[in-house]
Design a protein around this ligand. Structure first.
Ligand code: XMP
Length: 319
């Protein structure tokens, strides 16, 4: 694509200009945006870039392994893998307010990056895969909307004082453009086509307190839901699909026993940029197949509901 080829070389020149001979740290979240940013910056400055993958314990099933293997094996880009599950889950204990969760996660990411920068003898820049919609939906540094809907962790969720300057080469792009750029850079189609996944991860899909146990329950339900979506050939028709674990218990019956377990909500939307969204109209047979599997296979969930809310008035994520 001519436009993306142009964008690629213009950005590479810009990154070189901004960074000079300084060191850059790039946080990989497991999603498409940070991966595309990392590959682009690596092309610009090579081994001045250190990529850090922080496992905050809030990833989906299998996600950490996929990113690590893509970077180490396919791209040969050195990757520091930080296991910070205890740090993140410890700090989230007792936190139930959605913005407090986001702020804590954003700040803790920066703490981990600062620590990793120190280990490599210092870094002047932090690279992020921030997109245009992230900028306009958060309070941006240059003054965004007067009402904060959510502090996207890579924009409004950052601490006010930070030692590193930001490198954000995707800041003008929408998601579909980032995917084009990813293809232009040679990222595999299956990777580029992945549904968006928010930086704060499963923490904002578990209203109420986040614990390891609840993350494990949600990961199982989410994996079943996505497996059924893939099997039905619907993955690429959907912008984003995920399960949410609710802090509500209801009564059920299984075999000849009573159950008293959590409710899981399923969300699936179509969208072009994440700023507005419509619900995906699954047929009833599909939804009942997923509900049956989740209740039968995931201990801790005994009821499944489907979220029928478009954006607006809902948002895509629940927090
Ligand atoms: P909402 O929930 O605001 O989400 O309708 C719009 C899109 O943004 C994603 N999202 C995030 N992405 N960091 C990110 O990188 C975040 O903190 C964040 N919060 C929401 C969300 O998954 C959806 O695609």
């Amino acid at each position: 694509d001519w436009t993306m080829a142009e964008f690629r070389s213009a950005k590479i020149a810009e990154i070189r200009e901004q960074v000079g001979d300084k060191r850059v740290i790039c946080g990989l979240s497991g999603g498409v945006d940070s991966a595309v940013a990392a590959v682009l910056i690596h092309e610009a400055i090579g081994d001045q870039l250190t990529c850090v993958f922080v496992n905050h314990g809030l990833m989906r099933s299998g996600e950490a392994e996929q990113v690590v293997s893509l970077f180490r094996n396919s791209y040969n880009i050195p990757l520091v893998h930080v296991d910070a599950e205890a740090l993140f889950l410890g700090g989230l204990a007792g936190v139930t307010d959605p913005e407090a969760k986001r702020k804590f996660i954003g700040k803790t990411f920066i703490d981990v990056f600062d620590e990793e920068a120190r280990k490599i003898g210092g870094a002047d820049f932090l690279a992020q895969g921030t997109l245009y919609p992230d900028v306009i939906e958060s309070v941006s540094f240059t003054g965004g909307p007067s009402v904060t809907i959510k502090s996207h962790h890579n924009v409004g969720g950052l601490p006010e004082r930070m030692n590193m300057k930001l490198v954000e080469p995707l800041r003008e792009l929408f998601k579909d453009e980032v995917r084009d750029l990813g293809r232009e850079l040679g990222l595999p189609d299956a990777f580029v086509g992945r549904h968006p996944f928010p930086g704060p991860g499963l923490a904002i899909r578990i209203p109420g307190e986040v614990t390891k146990e609840r993350c494990d329950i949600l990961r199982k339900a989410d994996a079943i839901y996505l497996e059924e979506i893939r099997n039905a050939g619907l993955y690429d028709a959907i912008w984003q699909a995920f399960a949410v674990l609710l802090p509500v218990k209801t009564v059920g019956v299984m075999g000849d026993g009573r159950t008293y377990d959590s409710v899981c909500a399923l969300r699936a939307v179509t969208s072009t940029d994440g700023m507005t969204a419509d619900i995906y109209p699954f047929d009833a047979a599909f939804l009942s197949r997923v509900a049956t599997r989740i209740v039968n296979e995931v201990q801790g969930i005994n009821r499944v509901t489907y979220d029928y809310t478009s954006k607006p008035p809902g948002t895509i994520e629940w927090e």
